[in-house]
Design a protein around this ligand. Structure first.
Ligand code: GLN
Length: 490
């Protein structure tokens, strides 16, 4: 039976009715990976033997009828910045070459405990800095909808694999849009949870006050299934929130009657492709027909968000990345005669140019004399943006906007111009700055046949309502199930 293209929801039913086994499913997805990943380049590391052993164990659990949860037997693939015990975890960077963490990230451990086989690690922009997956040491990942285009980033491998059916479910991380933007470019669903809902322990840090792990999946239901397993407080992450989770799958039904959906005008202005804006407005009309009330609103500080983000994120990164010095992890220049030379040459060789740019920008912003003018000011702007969200959520339940200003761009198109690349994040960085949850789901194709993403924002810890709204749209939109690229196996 062809299983790799089924949703996790469908697979759950097939596994529970004993029509398929997890081993059969995992083999089937690996067949797909082996025939297709050559042209997509989503995987940087696979763990076939281990995944098959995990699938066998899951089958035993299902047969015994004990300890069976939503993901028991359903495989998940991880972005290459989440630690898997004793498996290569490299963040798409040469500097982590050969690094095998001695422990599992909390999300990895949660998936293992849930009985989800872990298939391997997925490509990403180096240290999650980027919007195209072009800066990975493993080379670019290609968008399954058009192999000459980027899949978005930085979780480009995760989104491309789910779109190409080489992963059933994937995890991504989102610091400024890295789950939602690639999900939009690849026509899949991506959820950035509230800051703190999912533990960051064992997620290789980029910008700690912004980073969140979240699901990338074929449907809203699948995202809810995955979120349910990974959400929850964790003693190992002091920023994680305890006792805040609910059953997200149970929350999907109920519709949007009476819900107030805000359309912030700032997300529909200059720089947004008219086709994208129109598709989003059309999607909102579907929700209106389902009983939601739609309201035009203003979030006046939105235009400062990108500038604030590109000050705060590099500042935190410059501090987080100081630990890669050739002593503890991965690469080391063994020829250097003294320790300072070793630090220098390891970092020179190990980091790519975008990572170096961020470290320099961040170090500058944090340095004495400039701290107040840049970093502190950016933090003040962050507060204003959070207040925009507070005001919006005082009168609306959900906000709707485009996920990205355009659909997927061509490989190489923005690689030489960092500022152009940074513009890709214009609609997504606000949710990270404010800490609120946001998701992207497909809302149609543009005239070139490329997927368009509808972004929905919710109140902090409002994931249940956010997912319900997305689910209601997905069911009502008559897109006929998940959007599928036409892919030929070569
Ligand atoms: N594209 C953004 C950046 O380059 C966001 C990255 C992310 O969310 N990890 O910083």
């Amino acid at each position: 039976m062809q299983l790799y293209d089924k949703t996790a929801g469908e697979l759950r039913r097939l596994l529970d009715e004993r029509e398929i086994s997890s081993v059969e499913l995992v083999r089937n997805v690996f067949d797909r990976i082996e025939s297709l990943d050559r042209s997509i380049n989503a995987y940087v590391h696979v763990r076939k033997e281990e995944a098959l052993a995990e699938a066998e164990e899951a089958d035993r659990r299902i047969a015994g009828g004990t300890n069976v949860g939503p993901l028991t037997g359903i495989p998940v693939s991880l972005k290459d910045n989440m630690c898997i015990n004793d498996a290569p975890t490299t963040c798409g960077s040469k500097i982590l070459e050969g690094f095998r963490p001695p422990y599992d990230a909390t999300v990895t451990a949660a998936l293992k405990a849930a009985g989800a086989p872990i298939l391997g690690s997925l490509n990403m922009d180096e240290f999650a800095m980027g919007s195209s997956t072009e800066s990975s040491v493993y080379g670019v990942t290609r968008n399954p909808w058009d192999l000459d285009r980027v899949p978005g980033g930085s979780s480009g491998g995760s989104a491309a694999a789910v779109a190409a059916d080489t992963a059933v479910l994937a995890l991504g991380s989102d610091t400024g849009g890295s789950i939602r933007q690639p999900a939009a470019f690849c026509g899949v669903v991506g959820v950035k949870p509230t800051y703190g809902l999912v533990s960051r322990f064992g997620l290789i840090a980029f910008a700690s006050s912004l980073d969140q792990i979240g699901p990338i999946a074929k449907t809203v239901e699948d995202s809810a299934m995955l979120l349910e397993v990974i959400a929850g407080g964790d003693r190992c992450d002091s920023t994680s929130i305890h006792d805040a989770t609910t059953s997200y799958t149970k929350a999907l039904q109920g519709g949007v009657k009476g819900l107030v959906i805000g359309l912030p005008q700032e997300y529909f202005g200059e720089g947004i492709a008219p086709e994208v804006a129109e598709a989003v407005r059309k999607a909102v009309r579907v929700l209106e027909a389902e009983g939601a009330q739609v309201k035009e609103i203003s979030m006046p500080h939105t235009r400062h968000a990108l500038a604030a983000y590109y000050m705060i994120a590099p500042a935190e990164a410059s501090s987080n990345l100081a630990r890669y010095d050739g002593v503890r992890y991965g690469l080391r220049d063994r020829e250097a005669g003294d320790v300072t030379t070793m630090f220098r040459s390891t970092r020179r060789e190990g980091f790519g140019s975008e990572v170096k740019r961020r470290i320099m920008l961040g170090t500058y912003a944090l340095s004495a004399g400039y701290y107040d003018a840049y970093y502190l000011k950016a933090l003040k702007v962050r507060t204003l943006i959070r207040q925009d969200f507070d005001a919006a959520f005082a009168e609306c339940d959900i906000l709707a906007a485009p996920t990205t200003p355009t659909t997927a761009f061509r490989i190489g198109e923005k690689a030489q111009d960092p500022l152009e690349m940074y513009q890709s994040d214009i609609c997504t960085v606000t949710a990270n700055l404010a800490g609120v949850p946001a998701l992207s789901l497909p809302c149609g194709l543009d005239s070139q046949g490329l997927p368009i993403g509808l972004q929905l924002f919710g109140r902090a810890l409002g994931e249940a309502q956010l997912l319900r709204t997305a689910y209601t749209y997905e069911q009502a939109a008559e897109l006929g199930g998940p959007l599928k690229p036409r892919l030929e196996v070569v």
